[in-house]
Design a binder for this molecule. Structure first.
Ligand code: IMP
Length: 423
């Protein structure tokens, strides 16, 4: 394994949590490198269901050190609550390590996220309203507050005063809201700092030492390739880099250390929030995908938009992530359909596109070009090896791998750990 990155190849919700959990068996460290508590990773172990938003899925594997890297944005109240919930269910969180350089999500970030969305009206992005975008905006504007600042009350208060000078003007004058009180926020956050202090460290050094000692490090991407701020369907994206390159920047290890990049791909595709979606199905087939696939957000509970697998987007994801392989998930959901479709190109204005078009407008206006494959119409949830799958399911997998250009090395036929077939 030594350094393996797990990335989503779509708009998130590909089943990364489960695949990470399967890999985590062999991992010593599991690292979140971007995003924050906008992510929702659902993992089912035995009869228990765990929904994590910020803590890496690896926390569920005894002995694994979960790491929250510098590229993330952390809402410390949420982090402490998630730790407490896990502890109350018998999961040890004492090994959790948090980068001192990660940025904090502040109360005004959450507020501004919600207000900006309201302000955009029908043009809203459909964010999770967790303050992710505004926290990254402050990071890149160079007036963010970092985890390490929690341990220096004077610096924390100074930075907060500077931030609030601007934020309170925005809240009061632009959005007609009440101003926020610096001392109230400082008291709350400095207390969080005191509770987190034993977990905060130089995680870049920690991971470098781990790799030097031949430990296995797993990087757990949140969201997905098409939600990447640079490579996604901008502006309907998140504010970080879920793509594989983000793993290096967001954890402070060199890109040469990454040797395996696994693209988690759902056998169909979904998105929450706004933005273009060429293969979206608003008919009964789409509704069946939502229902059978349980396509409701882990974080916000929103109904996901669903559609057929988009191989143009998948090839794009292979390229921008440098995928070495694919883990194909939720293929059991396709058992419902007589015929399956895969989008192999887009057509707009009489032009056929086999790569992502230069102009995003095309994604709104195009007709997907579909290839049809036979369905298998039988329950495959109990399959435990590739040989247990009907020929049509194997044909579907082979077609996906051909279109993506990299091998499918894992197939998931159900939410349980054991419902994962290796190829
Ligand atoms: P934000 O990350 O809350 O700013 O939201 C930006 C966009 O990313 C919205 O369309 C969200 O629905 C989407 N998004 C954020 N996190 C996830 C996720 O974990 N899965 C799927 N979509 C997400």
């Amino acid at each position: 394994m030594p350094a393996t990155v797990i990335v989503g190849t779509q708009w998130g919700d590909e089943g990364k949590g489960k695949i990470t959990d399967v890999f985590a068996d062999r991992a010593d460290f599991v690292v979140r490198y971007q995003g924050g508590n906008n992510a929702g990773h659902t993992i089912i172990i035995g009869d228990e269901r765990f929904a994590l938003t910020l803590i890496p899925s690896g926390v569920l594997n005894p002995g694994v050190t979960p790491v929250i890297g510098n590229g993330t944005v952390i809402d410390p109240g949420v982090l402490l609550e998630e730790m407490a919930t896990l502890e109350s269910r018998g999961i040890d969180t004492s090994l959790l390590r948090v980068s001192a350089n990660a940025h904090l999500i502040m109360p005004y970030h959450r507020k501004i996220d919600a207000l900006q969305e309201r302000y955009l009206g029908s043009g809203e992005i459909g964010t999770t309203k967790r303050g992710i975008g505004p926290a990254y905006t402050d990071k890149y504007g160079r007036h963010g507050i970092r985890v390490q600042d929690l341990f220096d009350p004077k610096i924390f208060r100074d930075k907060l005063a500077v931030a609030l000078k601007e934020k309170n003007k925005i809240l009061v004058k632009l959005y007609n809201q009440l101003a926020m009180d610096a001392e109230e926020i400082a008291a709350e956050y400095l207390e969080y700092g005191a509770r987190l202090t034993d977990h905060v460290t130089d995680t870049s050094l920690l991971l470098a030492d781990a790799l030097a000692a031949d430990k296995n490090v797993l990087f757990e991407g949140a969201q997905g390739t098409l939600l990447d701020i640079d490579h996604g369907t901008y502006p309907f994206v998140t504010s970080s880099n879920p793509t594989a390159g983000g793993a290096a920047v967001g954890s402070g290890i060199g890109p040469t250390a990454l040797d395996r990049i696994v693209g988690v791909t759902k056998a169909y595709i979904s998105r929450v929030g706004s933005g273009p979606f060429p293969t979206e199905l608003t008919d009964e087939v789409g509704a069946t995908m939502v229902e059978v696939g349980g396509e409701f957000g882990t974080v916000t509970g929103r109904r996901r938009r669903c559609g057929w697998l988009d191989a143009v987007a998948l090839r794009y994801a292979t390229r921008v992530n440098g995928l070495t392989e694919i883990a194909l998930t939720k293929i059991d959901v396709l058992s419902e359909f007589d015929t399956l479709k895969i989008c192999v190109g887009y057509e707009a204005d009489g032009i056929r596109f086999e790569e992502m078009p230069r102009q995003q407008r095309v994604l709104y206006q195009c007709e997907p070009i579909y290839e049809e494959l036979p369905g298998w119409k039988q329950d495959i949830g109990d399959a435990r090896s590739m040989d247990d799958l009907p020929p049509a399911a194997r044909e579907y997998i082979e077609r996906v791998e051909k279109l993506a250009g990299v091998p499918v090395t894992m197939v998931s036929v159900g939410p349980q750990r054991r419902a994962t077939l290796s190829r």
